[in-house]
Write a protein that binds this ligand. Sequence first.
Ligand code: PEP
Length: 247
Amino acid sequence: MRKKFIGANWKMNLLYEEAIKLFADLSNSTLNTSEADIVVFPSSIYLSELSKMPGLPVGAQDLYFADSGAFTGGIAARQLKSISCKYVLVGHSERRITFFETDEVINLKLKSAVRNDLKVVFCCGESLGIRESKKHLEFVTNQLMQGWKDLDETEMKNCIIAYEPIWAIGTGLNASKMEIEEMHGTIRRTVASCFSHSLSQSIRIVYGGSCNQHNASDIFSFNDVDGGLIGGASLEFDSFEKIIKSL
Ligand code: PEP
């Protein structure tokens, strides 16, 4: 039985006071449950303070792959560890598209994160054009294999995979049950063929893309869906609490 995972990806939203209040409200509510790992991914400038507050674990939205050095603006895995940050997102489509991150860079980030003992939410997903050309399964399989290149099974145990079709992120569009189950099944089979059957059964695969309080319980009930990565709907206490409750 895989433990559910729900990540709140706040992206570049919330001012300082708003972030502190939302985090405190979430931490004080009953959503701090043992049935699921619930993790908040705030802007990195708030990580240090939030990680000292009681309650939910926090994760970074990005890292740089070097351990230290002349990389202005970068944040190293070791620095994240030093402020008790436990998780990091790698390969989010907004990083891939807006910040031009290639599969090669994502692979370096993934390796740096797991080798420094951070848990990684490794994101993958296709554009609408790729889905329409019916190459989505092949495309996502390739993204995964490039991303986890050179990682071994023990290192992969620190990963959660988030399938986030780009056309569903922030658009209000959702992938259908059939589309989600087909992709999550393909991802699990790819983990089995690249690593082991046992890892494919224990690794968590979550869905992201316009998940909200109205559709979450349906999405979380689909085969092979172990929770969600939530963007817009995680920015308000009420909607995020309803998503957690729908577990
Ligand atoms: C995301 O970007 O990870 C995401 C799932 O966003 P949204 O829920 O807003 O579509």
